[in-house]
Design a binder for this molecule. Structure first.
Ligand code: ATP
Ligand code: MG
Length: 392
């Protein structure tokens, strides 16, 4: 029945020059996701509207699923597109549309006509009345409700005529690439993929860094992170995943520093290395999946101690979420099942039995003095040997 979609997007705050940047980014991202879908598509911007036209056969469900992952889309409207062959023809098409869309005719509706082509002989009010009458004549069990209709029947008269009544919710947010770029610290857990999703929803392109510690962490643990990056990339677009070999740094900290401070010190070096790659890739911030109080390394004191090494802003979009709220998002975006696979991540092997929960920054810094001899060289080595994986 449908060969086209009208794409609705939120228009608040996107006036003037920003508007076309927003629209162009949205069109580009729609084209990108549709490349994975069976069919040939033409995505166009006409008179401040974005349409997706399918050329020939295409997979309807897959197309809708793909569009549901495009940030910036508020609603996806499957639309019937007609040539203007006069009012009688239009009325016939509208009746046929209602017949096919709503087999159960015991429904209330309202016609919402919009005449953008001012030369059309009937104005919007007249179209509402005439088309409403035509539907009622054809289906007497339907009724008009102008306040709370079950069906809002939209008829837009432009150079062509567009009929639609269904709005499939999109993910909202802003098109990828309209808000710069940030570096996600991606682990194999539940929280960081959700954090990446949330920031990229605001139009931020993301890259990622994962710290692994072979042989303490396995190839499968790494593969799990690659898989998670791929799941996030379904929304965020391609991700450059930096896989840093962190083993020597961890062992060195383990050797030289008090074990109850290990996690905090390790996290400080993770941040420093992440910031290095952020700088190299033009990222304007770091992203983590931290949430206040979730574990010892996420108390206010621990977060302050970790944050202290960063010069870029650190975005923590799940900071105020309870675990269940984070889980709910991960279920919604499809990362949960992968996140709960049991492979160890590098933090679980080196955690102390009783890590400090209220680290004192002066004490942490004093402990880090023990690392002075080799840590710079080890960091350089870790950066030099980092593997970059392009994930789409
Ligand atoms: P997650 O579920 O995201 O793994 P978590 O609850 O296990 O989080 P931590 O292990 O304390 O919490 O990690 C906090 C944050 O630090 C993570 O959300 C992630 O952003 C980052 N992080 C932790 N470990 C790694 C790692 N091995 N590689 C990259 N980032 C990491
Ligand atoms: Mg973790």
């Amino acid at each position: 029945m449908f060969k086209a979609f009208l794409i609705k997007y939120a228009e608040i705050g996107i006036k003037g020059k920003n508007r076309y940047l927003f629209e162009d980014a949205l069109v580009a991202r729609i084209r990108q996701v549709l490349r994975e879908v069976e069919g040939t598509f033409n995505v166009t911007k006409e008179q401040g509207r974005i349409y997706v036209f399918a050329e020939g056969a295409f997979d309807y469900e897959e197309t809708v699923e793909a569009l549901k992952r495009v940030f910036g889309i508020f609603g996806i409207c499957p639309v019937v597109v007609l040539e203007d062959n006069g009012y009688e023809e239009l009325a016939k098409e509208v009746v046929s549309y209602m017949d096919r869309m709503y087999p159960d005719k015991k429904k209330s509706f309202k016609v919402n006509a919009r005449r953008a082509k001012k030369s059309y002989p009937l104005n919007s009010m007249e179209l509402n009345c005439e088309l409403g009458g035509a539907v009622l004549d054809a289906f007497p069990s339907m009724r008009v409700d102008v306040h709370h209709p079950e069906i809002m029947l939209n008829v837009e008269i432009r150079s062509k005529i567009y009929i639609y009544s269904e709005i499939i919710p999109g993910p909202g947010g802003m098109p990828i690439g309209t808000n710069g770029k940030a570096m996600l610290l991606l682990s194999g857990g539940i929280d960081s993929p959700v954090a990446g999703y949330m920031i990229s929803k605001r139009g931020v392109k993301i890259d990622a860094v994962y710290f692994h510690a072979p042989p303490y962490t396995s190839e499968r643990a790494k593969q799990k992170v690659v898989d998670l990056a791929r799941l996030v990339a379904r929304y965020s677009g391609p991700i450059q995943l930096h896989v840093v070999n962190f083993t020597d740094i961890q062992l060195y900290i383990y050797e030289k520093c008090p074990h109850d401070e290990l996690t905090i010190i390790m996290r400080r070096y993770m941040m420093k290395i992440a910031e290095h790659f952020a700088g190299e890739n033009g990222c304007l911030g770091l992203i983590t999946g931290e949430s206040i109080g979730q574990v010892a390394s996420q108390t206010m004191q621990s977060l302050a101690a970790t944050n202290e090494v960063c010069t870029l802003p650190v975005y923590r979009p799940v900071i105020g979420f309870d675990k269940q709220e984070i889980v709910d998002v991960s279920l919604k975006i499809g990362t949960y099942e992968t996140s709960i696979l049991p492979y160890e991540d590098c933090c679980t092997i080196f955690v102390a039995k009783h890590p400090v929960t209220k680290p004192n920054l002066n004490i942490i810094k004093r402990s880090e003095k023990n690392l002075e001899e080799k840590i710079e060289a080890l960091m350089e080595e870790a950066i030099r040997t980092t593997e970059v994986i392009s994930v789409e």
